[in-house]
Ligand binder design. Sequence first.
Ligand SMILES: C[S@@+](CC[C@H](N)C(=O)[O-])C[C@H]1O[C@@H](n2cnc3c(N)ncnc32)[C@H](O)[C@@H]1O
Length: 215
Amino acid sequence: MKLFQRIFGRKPVPQMTPDLASEIRRSFEEAASDEEHFPSTIDPRILHVRTIVEFLGDLGSGRALDLGCGKGRFARIVKEHNPRAAVVAMDLAVAMLECADTNLERVAASMLALPFPDGALDAAYATESLEHAVDTARAVAEMCRVVKPGGKLVVIDKNAAHWGRFETPQWEKWFHEEELKGLLGWHCRHVECRPISYWEDVEPDGLFLCWTAVK
Ligand SMILES: C[S@@+](CC[C@H](N)C(=O)[O-])C[C@H]1O[C@@H](n2cnc3c(N)ncnc32)[C@H](O)[C@@H]1O
């Protein structure tokens, strides 16, 4: 393990198995009571939120999906900006979803097998949830599958170049810019990536990257 970390700069990522899927779900079911680390609200001025709202644009009466929404803090704000739209708050952990607003469509599911037909959604986004998917390629393929052609996608997640800054569960994975650009590029056009900070007047320190794509 130590040798792998020295060579690759991260821990080996395990394969998804039924046991690991149960462990991840159980861990987030428990984490729902930890409001400090898994908050149910977010300041709408934070750039992570503003970027999603601005990139998605006016959803009209369309439908957007928040993958791994946690307590739905991003979905709430997307809904506030798009009151006529259906915003689907989707998460593996029911205890997380129970905290999400009831004017969201709350769906308990895995991002590895989304319960939506192809092209059913106008937009999809994932904030700090893809890092828990384990099978990243499958999660990205699913995310892209359910968005209609011309639909928009956003991923905000941690940069593998900063791996080691925090303690992480054994299944967590951070991403290099080119890795997710490549995976999104299989399904989408106009894939872009840039570092993102929390606040407009603070230069990004490189921990978070934001990928945007149009299918
Ligand atoms: C770090 S939290 C982020 C929550 C939310 N996106 C936010 O930024 O507030 C990660 C979330 O991803 C969810 N998650 C992890 N693996 C998942 C999977 N395979 N499918 C759906 N959700 C998953 C967890 O239950 C948890 O709520």
